[in-house]
Unconditional design. Structure first.
Length: 87
């Protein structure tokens, strides 16, 4: 993030950092229900997806581009990882 922003300082207000941190509140009900629904799908033959795409699930990247970035970035520009120290 730092190296990118050094080269592109005009993007500082457009980059959302989801790096290392800790939670301070319980998971909101609408997020929890989505997690439960997604996990439940993995327990069915039709819903099981195995490992996802390396850059993150396409539908999630689409929602992030649409909702967090108001469509100013394309889903192809969004990367979703399992954390700051992914494998």
């Amino acid at each position: 993030r730092g190296a990118y922003l050094e080269e592109h300082p005009e993007m500082a207000d457009r980059v959302i950092s989801l790096g290392i941190g800790d939670t301070t509140q319980p998971i909101p009900p609408h997020i929890l229900s989505g997690l439960v629904e997604g996990a439940s799908k993995l327990g069915t033959k039709d819903g099981y997806s195995g490992y996802g795409a390396e850059q993150g699930q396409g539908s999630l990247r689409e929602k992030i581009a649409e909702k967090l970035y108001n469509g100013i970035v394309s889903p192809d520009e969004v990367f979703v990882s399992d954390g700051a120290k992914c494998d």
